[in-house]
Each structure stands twice: as C-alpha cells, then as structure tokens.
Design a protein around this ligand. Structure first.
Ligand SMILES: [Cu+2]
Length: 333
C-alpha cells in the first residue's frame, strides 16, 4: 500500500513515526521491536499507523539502550579520553557467531548510522564511520566537552534486520551539564533559523510536526536531498536516551530535487515525557543539525507557539553548540 495521497497532503513528502508502544521503560528492547523503525519507512504504512494493526508488527519502541541484543554486540568501543585531544572513535560489531560483522545491507545510503550524544543531550553528532576489512568501524574524533556520552549504532546486518545498539564512553574533565528547562522549538544553526511547530502525541495515530526553515528572514526553498531524503530526524527520549532513528517516508528525491521551506513529519512518541529531537538537513551542500526539545503528551500547545523564548536559556546554547561547528565538520562525505 502506498501513502502517496497522505504525502501530498503534507507537501514536503516527509513522514516520520516515533513509535507507538506504551510498554517499554528502560528495559532492553527486543530487536524485533527495534527493527520496526528501520523497516517502517520503505513499507509505506506510516499513514495507517495505529489504526490497522497489520499482522505481526508491534508498534516500535525505543532502541540503543543495550550494547548487546538479538545475538549482536557493540564492543571494543574506544575514543579519546579527554576533550580537545584529536584521535579516533572506533568500535566493532559482533555477529551471532561471535565474529566481527563485516557485511551489511545499506539503509538510507549507508551501512551504518552512528549517533553520539552527551547524556544531557548536548554535543549531538550523527556521523558515518568507515568500515575496515577486520570489521572495525572508525572515524577521526575530537571531543568538545567532557562528560558521559552514549554511542548508538544503527545498522542492518547482511540478510538481517535493523539493529540498534548503544554503549557509553566517559570523557574526562569538568562536566557542566546543560539540560533543557522546557520545550525548544527554535534552532539557530549557522545562518539558518529552523522553527518546529506541532505536537508530539503519545501513541495513537500521531500528530504533525512541521519544520520551517528560514535564512535572513526569508524562506529557504533549496533544501537538498541527504541520505535519500530532505531531512532526517533522530529523537531521543530524555530520560534514558532511548533512540528513535526516524527516516522519512516516501520515495527518495532525485539529486537535483529541492524542497522547503517546510518539512513535515508524522510523529508519535512511545511514552509521555520529554524528547530531544535533532533534525539534519542540507543547504548549500552543508549538513546542519537543528536541535529541538518537545514534551510528548503535553496537550494544549497551539501550533506555532514558540516556547523557546523566555526562561529557557538552553535554546541558544543548544543551537550554537550543535549547529555550526559540529554538523559542519562531522558530516562531510
Ligand atoms: Cu546516518
């Protein structure tokens, strides 16, 4: 079944579902649940989410909470031990046979998607390391700040199903936590201002989230395809950094296609509470990451109400830290 009419209604052709399970807290999530995130996008049933109960597919929950699941294991995670020292971030993924996994099925143009984020939500990076013949994934790495970081790998073993594993790495030094005090719906990334409107409902058929992209007060209509879409959204549940890697619905755009200034999502949170959202988009050949904070299950947010002004000083902090610098040097390919 296709969802073309629904896509057309959203205009930008980008749909996202953030799960629908009420069940999972901090427990290990079965990979059969996790994999639904990756499998959902191409199967084209996002629009019916929560209403048809098509056989065998539980609604997805969160992933990345365990280093080992369903026979696979994230191991040998290494990274620089302190900020400002350049080095390498590396790890291996072991298969059910205990051997390093070297064969993958590409998903969204990559064999593996890696998310690294400090446990307070700062310093988010979505990157694509390189696979060596011995099964070691690595990329050059420098930490900007000390702290405890989650490293979350999202991949599809060859012939297997989407798997999401996570592990923690400690970066020494003085930590200055910066947790969001409230919703953040405006992100300033480089010269872009991205506003996020709409709600993040819990369960059910979801709600609409619409990102509006401006530069110098003018709408940006030149959003470029990136990894087979006009935008990629990663959502992390703040309480445990449960991971919802959400790729867009619909056919991949052609290389010359452009979109904007709005990107629409269809989103559902697995549980109530606060979520950290990171939207990757490409303008002028550069990846920008726009960070947001939304409270799922918080009703009565009228669409377009900007919660980021006022008391919430973390908005500016988020934007400057995530936006310009990090997305600039981490997304080259
Ligand atoms: Cu990726």
């Amino acid at each position: 079944m296709r969802t073309a009419p629904r896509l057309a209604a959203f205009g930008a052709g980008l749909l996202v579902v953030l799960g629908g399970s009420y069940a999972v807290g901090a427990a290990v999530v079965p990979s059969s649940v996790v994999e639904a995130w990756g499998e959902r996008a191409p199967s084209g049933h996002v629009g019916q989410h929560g209403t048809d109960g098509h056989g065998g597919h539980e609604e997805p929950a969160v992933g990345g909470l365990a280093a080992a699941a369903d026979g696979y294991e994230l191991t040998d995670l290494a990274a620089p031990a302190a900020p400002a020292s350049s080095g390498t971030l590396s790890f291996r993924l072991l298969g059910p046979d205990g051997e390093p996994l070297t064969d993958y099925d590409p998903s969204h143009e990559r064999d593996l998607h890696l998310v690294v984020v400090r446990t307070d939500g700062q310093g988010f990076r979505h990157v694509h390391p390189t696979l060596a013949a011995d099964g070691t994934w690595s990329l050059p790495w420098t930490w900007d700040t000390a702290g405890s970081y989650r490293v979350i790998a999202d991949f599809v073993p060859a012939g297997g199903e989407t798997t999401t594993l996570g592990a923690t790495v400690e970066v020494g030094g003085e930590v200055v936590p910066s947790r969001p005090l409230g919703e953040v719906r405006t992100a300033r990334v480089g010269s872009l201002v991205v506003r996020l409107e709409g709600d993040l409902p819990v369960g059910g058929s979801g709600g609409e989230l619409v990102a509006h992209v401006e530069r110098d007060g003018e709408p940006v209509t030149t959003l470029e395809p990136y990894l087979g879409a006009f935008g990629h959204l990663v959502a992390l549940r703040q309480s445990d950094l449960g991971y919802l890697h959400v790729h867009p619905e619909g056919d991949a755009p052609a290389p010359d296609d452009r979109a904007g200034p709005e990107i629409a999502f269809h989103a559902t949170a697995p549980t109530a509470g606060r979520y950290l959202l990171y939207l990757d988009l490409v303008v002028d050949g550069q990846v920008h990451t726009a960070p947001f904070v939304l409270d799922a299950g918080a009703s009565d947010h009228s669409s377009g109400h900007d919660h980021s002004s006022g008391h919430d000083s973390s908005s500016e902090h988020d934007s400057s830290e995530h936006g310009g610098e990090e997305s600039g040097h981490d997304h080259q390919h």
